[in-house]
Write a protein that binds this ligand. Structure first.
Ligand SMILES: C[S@@+](CC[C@H](N)C(=O)[O-])C[C@H]1O[C@@H](n2cnc3c(N)ncnc32)[C@H](O)[C@@H]1O
Length: 393
């Protein structure tokens, strides 16, 4: 969408964009050809298309933003890249807790983080180089958004800096810092600001890329590891940590240099939250609860007693079989297992292909967990006893 159409749609140029939006909102299928031709009878083609796209995006955004989606403005990329509200709220509260008063949001997108900064009582100074995205951010935030290159933005000394760089190829998976925009050098340079900074990055950030002297916090939201953020400035203790957000609760875990001792499968096996794994927190979790790892570098913990922790999903071990496909197929047949959940770590097997080969058939269900152990590769038949539990740890 071009800026002229975006200004019409938002009514910023005096057009009645609201009428086009209302007509689009009355369409059951805004993506359909029928909807497009109906709207074009009353509105210019560009405005009609933009209104239908906006309505489609708002409907999609309900998953992320709930009821609020209907009053926000999105671009397709802006919606995709927007921080989840629970994560943005956690970050904003943390920044406010550090004593910051004003945050410069350097590449603000449609403003999901800045919305949370404002809700936490922080002043916001958003910058966005894409003019349409900036216009929508301005609509969303109700404050001016500087349209331009964040790398050239003038920042007051006492502003806290926040940067959530986009990746030019749009993929969140590849760690090629040349793809970052604003650039990796600019973003990491912000961490040296005396007032402090926070960078939001993809959770696959290799530890070797974490600059010295910062805190790196992996965030899991409802069980999904969604980001790692790097923090600097007053009040920040360098280290690697994890935060788990769910059901309105916030749990923190800090990794130390301990490693979990390796031990044979005991009565219970635990699957740690991905954020705890990524930050290297398994040694801390194992020490806290008297657990062992099933193998070095394998993120399953085990112990003889049931432990409750928000960081751990608990499984009771029902059987401990050698990992031999033929033997497991026989077990599946003997127990008339028709529904089979296969979990695995450190064993080179494709669970979907394995499930087909095991030919589950019957009325029973089971979960198996394939893992290296001190006694070699094992297939543990397990029963999920708990999802992560919100008790103090
Ligand atoms: C990942 S998005 C930010 C999303 C935002 N945190 C949110 O939750 O809504 C990154 C944004 O930075 C903008 N951007 C990229 N390079 C920039 C630059 N050099 N100056 C200003 N904005 C930039 C992109 O257009 C994109 O909208």
């Amino acid at each position: 969408m071009d800026l002229v159409t975006a200004r019409q749609l938002t009514g910023r140029d005096g057009s009645d964009g609201a009428a086009a939006l209302a007509a689009a909102a009355a369409e059951a299928e805004p993506d359909s050809l029928g909807a497009a031709s109906r709207l074009r009878r009353s509105f210019a083609p560009d405005l009609a298309a933009a209104a239908l796209t906006q309505v489609g995006l708002r409907r999609r955004a309900v998953t992320k933003f709930g009821d609020r989606a209907g009053e926000l403005w999105f671009t397709p990329a802006g919606l995709e890249q927007a921080t989840r509200p629970a994560v943005a709220a956690w970050r904003a509260e943390r920044i406010a807790g550090l004593g910051a008063r004003t945050v410069a949001d350097l590449g603000c997108g449609i403003g999901a983080d800045s919305l949370a900064f404002a809700a936490a009582g922080l002043g916001v100074r958003p910058v966005e180089r894409d003019p349409v995205t900036a216009l929508f951010a301005e609509q969303n935030l109700g404050v001016p958004v500087v349209v331009g290159d964040a790398e050239q933005a003038e920042l007051a000394e006492d502003w806290y800096a926040f940067c959530d760089p986009a990746r030019r190829d749009g993929s969140g998976r590849v760690w090629n810092v040349d793809q970052f925009t604003p650039s990796w050098d600019f973003a990491t340079g912000l961490l040296a600001r005396p007032a402090g900074a926070c960078l939001k990055l993809g959770p696959a950030l290799p530890h070797r890329m974490i600059p010295d002297g910062v805190a790196a916090i992996w965030v899991s939201d409802g069980g999904d590891v969604v980001e790692v953020s790097l923090w600097s400035g007053p009040g920040i203790t360098p280290g690697l940590g994890a935060v788990r957000l769910a059901e309105g609760r916030v749990e923190e875990l800090w990794a130390d240099s301990r490693r979990a001792e390796v031990g044979a499968p005991a009565a219970y096996v635990y699957e740690p939250d991905g954020a705890a794994i990524r930050c290297g927190g398994l040694g801390e979790l194992a020490a806290r609860h008297g657990l062992s790892a099933l193998a070095p570098e394998i993120a399953y913990l085990t112990g003889p007693e049931p432990v409750e922790s928000p960081w751990l999903i608990r499984f009771r071990v029902l059987e401990d079989l050698p990992w031999k496909e033929k033997l497991v197929r026989q077990w599946v047949r003997d127990h008339r297992i028709g529904t089979l959940e296969i979990k695995k770590r450190g064993i080179d097997v494709d669970p979907a292909a394995l499930r087909r080969r095991l030919k589950p058939a019957g009325s029973e269900r089971a979960t198996i967990l394939l893992t290296p152990t001190p006694a070699g590769a094992r297939c543990l038949v397990v029963e999920r006893e708990s999802d992560r539990i919100w008790h103090s740890t």
